[in-house]
Design a protein around this ligand. Sequence first.
Ligand SMILES: [Cu+2]
Length: 222
Amino acid sequence: MLPPFRFLALSAFALAAAAAAHAQSSEIVATVTDSQGKPLADAVVVAVPADRAARATGKPRDDAIFQVDKEFVPKVSVVLVGTSVAFPNNDSVRHHVYSFSSAKKFELPLYQGVPAQPVVFDRPGVVVLGCNIHDWMVAYVYVSESPHFAKTGADGKATITDVPARAYVVRVWHSQLDGDEARTERPLTVARGRPAEVAWSLAVKPEVRVRRAPGARSSGSY
Ligand SMILES: [Cu+2]
């Protein structure tokens, strides 16, 4: 145990350090719509320091993608490279989760409950997930090389918090994006204490959906 006065001194120091860090940082508020101006949900916004020497670092936090009523939840995840993701199956039927994407090829053969080993997403890129049993099940894991990212809500807005003040290159990705993600890149300077705003109007392709098997909504046996 630390003597109380020392504990207080440490706390005061920690608070001052946290306040200083907060004063140095700000946030990025992004708005993403389609070309008709309709808000786009589940778009991933990433900010990468413009100066590669100032490469943003961060510590990956464990994440999870559930299977609920024969769908992946959430449908779009954004994680920092190196993140471990668990795949708990909340259904009574078995799933067989896989990806053929170059950023992460893996397979979780038919299972119930929670697979013993999480999947570590160790390369940046977009990973498309499927299920061998249920063709309509699809999910996306966006593996970001930068810890500064956020996903848009139903209003098409995403806020990246705790962004150190400096120059960035920001970009956006969406599962229906028509064209190259790199073409969405643009410079954005984040000044301390003031949110930096950015907006995109994206050309999107129609969503390709595999029809669910008849009666799939009920607790089928396959
Ligand atoms: Cu399945």
